[in-house]
Design a protein around this ligand. Structure first.
Ligand code: M6R
Length: 369
């Protein structure tokens, strides 16, 4: 089943381009996003006043990315919460709330219980799920499947990029229904989305070997930090989670703006820090602030590995390594920037001789609360 791959995870990372392409397929018609599964729900999308996204682990990080696109395109306020936190705090949701759950397996007990609680409180529920007929979609009012194909490795990779893709399609679908987005803008975003599979493939073809080499050199590292801002922040969290679960190395993800509020105290000579750099073609202020963060930590001896778009020269003077991603509109960068982090976590675990498909203490699907 692994084909010629050394692990399921290696196979599944290589399938990230198809996971995105297959999730888009059949959902774009004449320059507009139309998700057939959401047919008949136009009234619901017109009526809701807020969205709450629930998930656990990597699925929750996909939700954090999705919030930016839904708010920007569909103009609906979005909160993202860990399902297990939501469930036990008497949450304020009701008929005006759409609760979107995200789950690869569709069987995560924490997420299932949170969805049931939301439904009990009168919220409408939508499941974004990768497994046909699983429990969470069966318990939900509506379903948008991700089409990443079966994910076997415990670490979620191709499902993550497919989840963000599904959330973006959802945002575009709802923006069309609510009339919050012009046709040209909708067409431009669809073009960006459709270009992602080739761009992910570019990252794998051009950077994978170098990242694996880097991981090999870093096999004795005891701690790695990840920084990101805006949509790059959840990617920093995802990079840290993948490294923890696969290589058992201490790893933390931070919002870059938090650095001076505490985490910069962790920086000492030789400390490796991955920094997800926003495009200089997006909000210029975000780019220059993250470049300043790189300079600040470099001045304190950090070893900086920047993930930056091709041609961004501002990172060159202070970064020790620059991993390149192709140009994309800012909201689409997370789907590209996460790929080097998946490859890095896998490469480091392999360099340590660990089982990347079945890390210690973890289960693919967590069916207990
Ligand atoms: O099946 P789910 O998407 O509901 O799983 C949620 C988390 O348990 C899962 O993403 C976990 O964090 C992964 N092992 C991360 O790689």
């Amino acid at each position: 089943e692994k084909g010629g791959w050394s692990s399921f995870m290696a196979k599944e990372v290589s399938e990230e381009p198809e996971a995105v392409a297959n999730t888009i397929r059949g959902r774009v018609h004449e320059g507009r996003v139309v998700i057939p599964e959401l047919d008949g729900l136009d009234d619901l999308f017109a009526d809701i006043s807020r969205i709450v996204i629930l998930g656990a682990g990597t699925a929750a990080y996909a939700g954090l990315v999705g919030k930016y696109a839904i708010e920007q395109w569909a103009r609906i306020p979005v909160e993202v919460e860990l399902a297990h936190e939501f469930r036990y705090r008497d949450p304020l949701v009701g008929p005006d709330t759409l609760v979107i759950s995200i789950s690869q397996s569709g069987e995560t007990m924490d997420t299932l219980m949170a969805v049931k609680e939301a439904a009990r409180l009168g919220a409408r529920t939508l499941s974004i799920c990768n497994t046909q007929g699983a429990t969470i979609p069966r318990e939900s009012d509506a379903i948008v499947y991700t089409h990443a194909g079966p994910e076997v490795a415990v670490a979620s990779t191709k499902a993550f990029v497919a989840q963000i893709t599904a959330l973006y399609l959802f945002a575009l679908h709802v923006a069309r229904v609510r009339g919050t987005m012009g046709a040209d803008d909708q067409a431009a975003q669809i073009e960006e989305l459709s270009a992602l599979p080739d761009k992910i493939r570019w990252v794998l073809d051009n950077e994978q070997e170098r990242i694996e080499q880097l991981a090999h050199w870093m096999a004795d590292t005891r701690s790695v930090l990840f920084l990101g801002r805006h949509v790059g922040y959840p990617i920093a969290l995802e990079g840290a989670l993948k490294l923890k679960e696969l290589s058992y190395i201490h790893a933390e993800g931070f919002a870059a703006g938090e650095l001076k509020h505490g985490p910069i105290a962790l920086i000492e000579p030789g400390q490796p820090v991955f920094v997800v750099v926003p495009s200089p073609r997006g909000a210029q202020v975000l780019h220059s602030k993250v470049v300043s963060n790189i300079e600040e930590i470099r001045a304190r001896g950090a070893r900086v590995i920047a993930i930056a778009e091709a041609g961004d020269a501002a990172v060159l003077p202070s970064a020790d390594e620059v991993l390149r991603i192709p140009l994309a509109a800012p909201l689409f960068e997370p789907i590209l920037a996460v790929v080097p982090l998946h490859v890095f976590a896998m490469g480091l675990a392999e360099a340590k001789g660990l089982d990347v498909d079945q890390p210690r203490n973890l289960a693919k699907s967590v069916t207990v609360e």
